[in-house]
Design a protein around this ligand. Structure first.
Ligand code: GLA
Length: 385
């Protein structure tokens, strides 16, 4: 039985009939990392792995939440009570609170959730959770939020209830994803363009470094603060500068002496990454996947050397990718400090490349990396309607 069926059955056994049933996926990101909270560009897509939720409103003054993954049931008042202790429940609580801050009046509900998005692999299982809860509660209680509102509600849940000052990429991808397409999102205006991603003869595959990352305890927020410090240094001299989106390499170089070296390097990386993404999208328009893959390698280099969010395991995998014929692009993906490398691989070398990485990784680190073939899928949706 797959996870979506298990969620439905579990609900029926615990809470009876009458549930609605929803899914919202994890995501990949082709290029444009740590650019979203700097109001730049990203190029994510939703995947075919999701968090599933069965849910029904209850007249009671408390909600009952059951997580299959944690095999745990919690009961509390989502609309008025205290923040729960368990982190998985904080996501749900946070989404409901953020909706209420915006004037909505959702009620309590019973729900069962479970997912097949690999945890800690940098595929945004947490955004998938926020998005499925947001999408479902909005639909269930007729709250009238649109998908962009729900993405912001998910993002603010991370900020205010989890402690990660993330950008909007993950939630946006989970809500707006479409089968076979990547989303070129402008994180300043939230304008987006769907582009088919269909490299004939190539496949996307993730290789997990097996280093679990928790952004809440990582230097993620430190990076964000460093970028803000760079913006502040430039803004003292240049009118109208509000984010790194408004800063060119020339401007950054002009005011380099106003910031410490680390701040400079962080900001330079972000500006370069936006450029790489825009150039990469042009290449994609012309079907130049090899050219695009080169940009992915460039992105990894910057993330590892300038932004310093990679780790030894990720660099090890990316290094093998770089020197393997037929692997035309690879880079660490997501927030970093662990998680996985996304690879664009010629079909004919797919199996031999993965064997090679597994063998060498085992000898170096003593464990086998998990590999995940990616299928680009649809965003948040109701499954039973
Ligand atoms: C995490 C965050 C995103 C984004 C990426 C890095 O996934 O949730 O908002 O900042 O890291 O690109």
């Amino acid at each position: 039985m797959n996870m979506s069926q298990r969620v439905q059955e579990e609900f029926a056994q615990r809470y009876g009939a009458g549930a609605r049933f929803y899914a919202s996926p994890g995501r990949i990101n082709l290029i444009g990392e740590h650019t979203d909270y700097n109001l730049g560009f990203v190029l994510p897509a939703a995947v075919d792995k999701a968090i599933y939720l069965a849910v029904a409103p209850t007249g009671a003054d408390r909600s009952r939440l059951y997580s299959i993954d944690f095999d745990q049931e919690l009961q509390f008042d989502l609309t008025g009570g205290e923040k729960p202790q368990e982190q998985w429940a904080c996501y749900i609580y946070g989404v409901v609170q953020e909706m209420m801050k915006r004037g909505a009046r959702p009620g309590n509900f019973d729900c069962v959730l479970g997912g097949d998005v690999p945890l800690g692999a940098g595929m945004s299982s947490s955004a998938a959770l926020e998005s499925v809860v947001g999408y479902a509660v909005n639909d269930l209680f007729g709250l009238g939020f649109d998908r962009a509102d729900l993405a912001k509600i998910g993002q603010m849940t991370e900020h205010n209830y989890i402690g990660v000052r993330c950008g909007i990429m993950d939630q946006f991808a989970s809500l707006f994803g479409r089968c076979g397409q990547v989303i070129r999102l402008d994180c300043r205006s939230l304008e987006y363009e769907m582009t088919p991603f269909d490299p004939q003869g190539y496949r996307l595959v993730l290789i997990d470094s097996m280093v679990k990352h928790s952004l809440a305890s990582s230097e993620y927020n430190v990076r964000r603060a460093q970028c803000e410090a760079g913006v502040a240094a430039v803004a003292r001299h240049a009118a109208g500068v509000e984010s790194l989106r408004d800063v060119t390499r020339e401007m950054l170089d002009t005011y380099r002496s106003e910031m410490d070296e680390l701040t400079y390097r962080r900001c330079a990386y972000v500006i370069d990454e936006n450029r790489r993404l825009l150039d990469g999208c042009e290449l994609l328009k012309h079907g130049d996947y090899k050219g695009f893959g080169e940009k992915m390698f460039g992105s990894h280099e910057g993330l590892s050397k300038e932004y310093n969010v990679s780790c030894r395991e990720l660099d090890f995998i990316a290094g093998i990718a770089r020197s393997t014929d037929g692997v035309i692009g690879a880079r660490m993906m997501g927030g970093g400090f662990g998680g996985c490398v996304i690879n664009l691989v010629e079909e004919s070398v797919h199996d031999s490349y993965l064997d090679e990485v597994k063998g060498r990784f085992e000898r170096e680190f003593g464990l086998t990396p998990r590999t995940i073939d990616v299928v680009i899928g649809d965003g948040a949706r109701r499954l039973d309607a």
